[in-house]
Design a protein around this ligand. Structure first.
Ligand SMILES: *Cc1c(COP(=O)(O)O)cnc(C)c1O
Length: 418
């Protein structure tokens, strides 16, 4: 390890970045604003480890926000990408590879009969909602407080003070979103079927879809209560509302067939992203033929993309899925994550620090008493070469590359002397 202070060069690079990039970052959470400080700049990554420009090594539990389930620079994925780029990186015309990936997604998700590839999870959710509106001819959508579905205007909302009285009282979480753009978004509390029932009874003639993270992972990991997803399914069946599962994180993460496989509830439309790109930009949405047939060029709902289905993202995703399917890593990942969570829990207890740990498969969140507590622990871990996501409300991810030794080192780091 180098002798100079690791923070010096990172601070310098961050200051330079801030001169040309708003806030120095291309996505806001990267700025460490929730935990205070300068982010470290990455030089390279391999397996479970990420290295900053000063040469410091970190065990990475952010894993590109869940996109990398095999770990960084997985050899088979990198080799496949290297050989494909030599033959061109984008054609704006179909390739066999796209069919292969679509086929693999349909195989994994029995609810998906047709699937379209896009470039991000944001695009997937935005397009799925447009499709649901086109298909039903209705305007309103229901989303849940704390669920994230990308940054389309009408999805950047949260419940206002009227939420408990089930009035449509919502406010935008971003400026630049006119109130007219969010007036058809109904925001309800997660895991509250009663609120859904009440709202649907009132507005059902105009509700196109309910969109939900089947396991919420963008307010920290929050599991659906028993019966919540099944209840949504029943309500949607009854009122002919399109049920959209946003499985951008959970797809190929909780199980090969995502949360749908685990909870045995089928969505009408499913949004995917992250893992299916194997570390490259991608998104996808798919579902029932009857609905998907409304998409252009077959139907009247427009949706398009210059780089959609490009051979680079598709190859990385396809190779990732092939490996996941072949090795069935899910029970192993869950077990390893449980050992990690139990170990952390024990050591925090010994350190007299209050925490609630929520785990779903290979993702988990440590909920401390306040974000301030999290920030303190985040920096303590960072010093010891362990990188947790720079916000308490982002999920942590364990990958195939995390070793027994990584897990032990991480657990030990949670014995904190105050
Ligand atoms: C990450 C995420 C998105 C947005 O995906 P991007 O590729 O960042 O646009 C949407 N929904 C969920 C559940 C996500 O976790």
């Amino acid at each position: 390890m180098k002798s100079h202070k690791p923070s010096t060069i990172n601070d310098k690079l961050f200051n330079e970045a801030k001169r040309y990039i708003p806030g120095g970052v291309n996505s806001p959470v990267r700025s460490f604003s929730a935990v205070v400080g300068s982010p470290f700049f990455i030089k390279k990554a391999k397996g479970s480890k990420i290295y900053d420009v000063s040469g410091k090594q970190y065990i990475d539990y952010c894993m590109s926000w869940g996109a990398l389930i095999l770990g960084h620079a997985y050899p088979d994925v990198i080799n496949a990408v290297q050989s494909v780029v030599e033959n061109g990186t984008s054609f704006g015309a179909p390739t066999e590879l796209e069919t292969e990936l679509a086929k693999e997604i349909c195989k994994a998700f029995p609810s998906i009969e047709l699937v379209r590839l896009v470039n991000s999870g944001t695009e997937a959710c935005m397009s799925a909602i447009r499709l649901a509106r086109g298909y039903t001819g209705r305007r309103k959508i229901i989303k849940f407080d704390g669920c994230y579905h990308g940054h389309a205007d009408y999805l950047l909302v949260k419940a206002g003070s009227g939420v408990m009285t089930f009035k449509n009282s919502i406010i935008s979480t971003s400026s630049g979103v006119p109130i007219d753009f969010i007036k058809h978004t109904l925001v309800l509390p997660y895991n509250n079927l009663q609120a859904v029932d009440k709202t649907v009874k009132k507005y059902y003639k105009d509700i196109a879809c309910i969109i939900v993270e089947p396991v919420a992972a963008n307010m920290g990991v929050v599991l659906p209560q028993n019966g919540f997803l099944k209840g949504l399914r029943e309500i949607c069946n009854y009122y002919k509302i399109v049920l959209i599962f946003d499985e951008v994180i959970t797809g190929f993460r909780l199980a090969y067939g995502g949360a749908q496989e685990l909870f045995k509830v089928k969505a009408d439309l499913t949004c995917l992203g992250k893992i299916i790109g194997g570390g490259f930009p991608i998104g996808a949405f798919g579902g029932k033929k009857e609905i998907m047939n409304f998409l252009a060029p077959l139907g009247s709902v427009y949706q398009a993309g210059t780089l959609s289905g490009n051979p680079v993202s598709v190859t990385a995703g396809l190779m990732t899925l092939k490996i996941l399917y072949k090795t069935d890593i899910y029970p192993m990942l869950e077990k390893r994550t449980k050992i990690l969570c139990d170990g952390i829990n024990n050591n925090l207890k010994k350190s007299k620090i209050k925490v609630t740990i929520s785990q779903a498969g290979s993702m988990f969140t440590l909920f401390f008493e306040s974000p301030k507590h999290y920030a303190r622990i985040f920096h303590k871990l960072l010093k010891q070469g362990i990188y947790f996501p720079p916000s308490q409300y982002e999920a942590c991810f364990v990958s195939v590359a995390h070793t027994q030794e990584d897990i032990e080192r991480t657990i030990n780091a949670f014995l904190i002397r105050s």
